[in-house]
Design a protein around this ligand. Structure first.
Ligand SMILES: Cc1ncc(COP(=O)(O)O)c(C=O)c1O
Length: 368
């Protein structure tokens, strides 16, 4: 019998499978401790959890678990459209914003096509490109951030999509309005620009990218309920784009891609401004604390605009393992060609202090 790999699409053969952060329960089992003794600062989640209003909405929605969800996501798109100031037909919902990245692949990528992304950019762009047989052209980063001039230079006649993560994960870097405007003036109309704004709500003065949607450019702005809204488990994200582009992406969407419990939670979370503001306050304080401590420890770090900080610890994989022994899960960055670095998500102040204490301990041990 032929091995199944001979039957599979050839581009899948050497595709690396995305490595998610370790689940708390699994780590607890390995370390022989209770799950609540573990601090997880590995996946840029909200340390305060979901809004209590979202939890109440989820409880109510559980009673309808036997019914298929609203396939069009009517109430959620309506609520988003009202908040954003756009039409419901300018929004597509995804099972996480990752799924909208996949819609882009279905809609625009064929074998032999190219995408452009930055060095050290969020890894899912190149994974999805590969699934569709497209090549990723990686533009060199500047000071670990996106260099949009280099990205525009990397566009070829084969380029279909340019992905800009703003802020970027894992570097936390932000590209400013002037750089985006300059880039948008250079990018050809036939190229789709995906502005991935998963961490948008953490940014004090975010660039206005919706102006390009309003102007009818081939732009998709991605946002998510996984980060500041604390609903990562429910997988709800969305894309904002001109209605004609959304109509193309809708063709790639399965009818019930976003579950109803997630939709109900997202509508309630969107209305809970206080929870969002509190999360931002905790994150801002935590970021200032972590960056101050890293500076005091003499550890190079990248000033972050997200809810995480990338810090150079010498040997990221070794420090990850040592931190794990101390019951703290952080993220090693070898997959991003940043093997000296770890990414630490900002937690509650208590978690941040425990993390810094453990890190100081680990680095002293490593240096001894
Ligand atoms: C830059 C960026 N984009 C997109 C995502 C995907 O988020 P989700 O699929 O949970 O909406 C993440 C998650 O970490 C991210 O960091």
């Amino acid at each position: 019998m032929r091995p199944v790999w001979d039957l599979a699409n050839p581009q899948l053969r050497d595709l690396a499978v995305y490595q998610p952060g370790k689940p708390i329960e699994e780590t607890a089992r390995e370390l022989g401790c209770a799950a609540d003794e573990i601090i997880k600062l590995a996946s840029n989640e909200n340390p305060l959890g979901p809004s209590p209003k979202a939890v109440a909405a989820m409880r109510a929605a559980l009673n309808s678990a036997h019914l298929y969800p609203d396939g069009g996501g009517f109430y959620l798109r309506d609520a988003l459209a009202a908040q954003i100031g756009c039409g419901g037909d300018e929004i597509i919902l995804g099972s996480g914003s990752n799924e909208v990245i996949e819609f882009l692949g279905h809609a625009f990528l064929n074998p032999g096509d190219e995408i452009v992304a930055s060095q050290h950019a969020f890894v899912v762009y190149k994974l999805i490109a590969k699934v569709f047989g497209a090549r990723t052209i990686e533009a060199p980063a500047s000071e670990y951030g996106h260099d949009l001039d280099a990205m525009a230079d990397a566009i070829t006649p084969r380029t279909r999509i340019v992905f800009i993560a703003n802020p970027n994960n894992p570097t936390g870097t932000l590209v400013r309005q002037d750089a985006i405007d300059r880039f948008m003036a250079r990018v050809p109309e036939r190229v789709i620009v995906c502005l991935d704004e998963a961490y948008y709500e953490y940014v004090d003065d975010p660039p206005d990218t919706l102006q390009f949607v309003r102007a009818g450019r081939n732009v998709v702005v991605l946002r998510t309920f996984s980060k500041i809204y604390g609903l990562a488990n429910l997988r709800v994200g969305y894309g904002i784009a001109p209605s004609a582009l959304i109509a193309v992406l809708q063709k790639a969407r399965q009818p019930f891609n976003v579950n109803g419990i997630g939709q109900a939670a997202a509508v309630a979370a969107l209305a809970d401004e206080a929870h969002r503001e509190e999360t931002k306050r905790v994150t801002d304080n935590g970021r200032a604390y972590l960056q101050e401590q890293f500076a005091a420890m003499g550890l190079p770090f990248i000033p972050s605009s997200g809810n995480f900080v990338l810090v150079n610890v010498g040997d990221g994989a070794a420090v990850f393992r040592e931190m794990l022994q101390r019951r703290i899960i952080i993220r090693a960055m070898k997959g991003y060609a940043l093997s000296e670095w770890v990414r630490i998500s900002i937690g509650t102040m208590e978690q941040n202090r425990a993390c810094v204490g453990a890190l100081a301990d680990v680095l002293k041990l490593a240096n001894a």
